[in-house]
Design a protein around this ligand. Sequence first.
Ligand SMILES: Cc1cc2nc3c(=O)[nH]c(=O)nc-3n(C[C@H](O)[C@H](O)[C@H](O)COP(=O)(O)OP(=O)(O)OC[C@H]3O[C@@H](n4cnc5c(N)ncnc54)[C@H](O)[C@@H]3O)c2cc1C
Length: 396
Amino acid sequence: MSGMYDVVIIGGGMSGMMAAIALADMSRKVAVVSRGDPVCCLSTGCIDVLAAGNDPLEGIGSLPDNHPYHLVGEDAVKTSLEMFKAVMLEEGGAYVGDVHANRKILTPLGRHKATCLVPGTMEFADSHSDEYIHVISFSKMKDFYPNYITSNYKNAGCSIFDAGISTTMGIAERFENRQFLEEFISWLKGLDIPEGRIAIPAVLGMHFAVDVCNEISVELGRKVFEIPTLPPSMPGLRLFGGLKNALLKRGVNLYWGKEIYSVEKSGSQIEAVTLAGAGRSTRVQGNAFILATGSFVSGGLHASMDAAIETVFDLPVYLPGKRESWFNDDFFALGHAIERSGICVDQFFRPVDTQTENLFVCGSILAFSEVMKYSCGHGMAIATGVAAANVCGELV
Ligand SMILES: Cc1cc2nc3c(=O)[nH]c(=O)nc-3n(C[C@H](O)[C@H](O)[C@H](O)COP(=O)(O)OP(=O)(O)OC[C@H]3O[C@@H](n4cnc5c(N)ncnc54)[C@H](O)[C@@H]3O)c2cc1C
């Protein structure tokens, strides 16, 4: 089995999927090869662009010169985020928020997290501590403890509903059922909830969560919002599902659950990758390749005692010194040096020191991205994915 494409993207995370959408919209024939599901499935589903300050785009100017956002440029970051919003709207998972404004949403610990774009179900999660919040939880629900919120948030109360199941995904599945939703709403109406907002862990279904959230809101006459949960995260899975659907609609070929077994190179050109499979292998040829395999979490990078390797093309990896300098003594401090490691690229997103002309790199595998320190995870992945696709699209 084999396939020939204009562009082969390796890695199906936020950066790879957004690159694929951008290229397909330029009428390029695209394939995405991914070993597994991406980190966005574990995320809150919210798009962090840059946490510091009120305007994340304005904050880009204060980042170190080598941060990948500078390669993209403020205007192009903005355009890519607008493009992301348009794609998710098309997929029925509309995002809300202004790309020029951070908002602070309620976390399961009753704290606030700065983020930029949020799923429609979290539109009203930008709460103010002087307003009453009534938290709804579910009997024996795993990894969601409303007491954390009620003890940290000065003006909050809580009620527990018995959904007959305790897992996040199990409860979310129940919310896809009309009768269950009506029972839940009628139970809520029977409670004597003080004036304020209603907060529910992010379990309001997989496919129609915004509709479910709106229906509860209309029936109760209150603002209702979801609180992100620990993985498995329904908003993260909805985000992944929406983007994957957008790829399929655009005719992007997906090779999912596939490992790269070997790479074929001729001079300065990558020509094909071979995917390992049960029994037979698949050769995927491309005029250009985009590497979007993520950082250590997804296996795009792998660290040993004093070194790190890039796992597909064996590209040179930037490391911040010897292992003893990779981490701060305070584990919870923002900004461990190891976060700066990754692939250094030129202004065209091509890896430096490799003499490879048709390979581009995007997403969290890029050196100096420091995703945790700056809280720029999905935002940086979207912006660099679209930017690398634009450069690559001009080449093929
Ligand atoms: C637990 C957690 C929660 C987070 N929450 C948030 C959040 O709420 N908001 C936010 O903005 N950011 C969040 N982030 C950061 C954000 O998720 C990432 O920075 C961003 O999504 C990375 O996208 P990516 O495309 O670079 O890579 P990834 O999402 O890591 O995707 C890489 C893909 O490449 C595939 N791959 C790896 N190696 C190979 C190979 N050899 N062959 C083929 N495929 C391969 C992987 O299977 C994976 O699908 C979170 C991160 C973590 C770890």
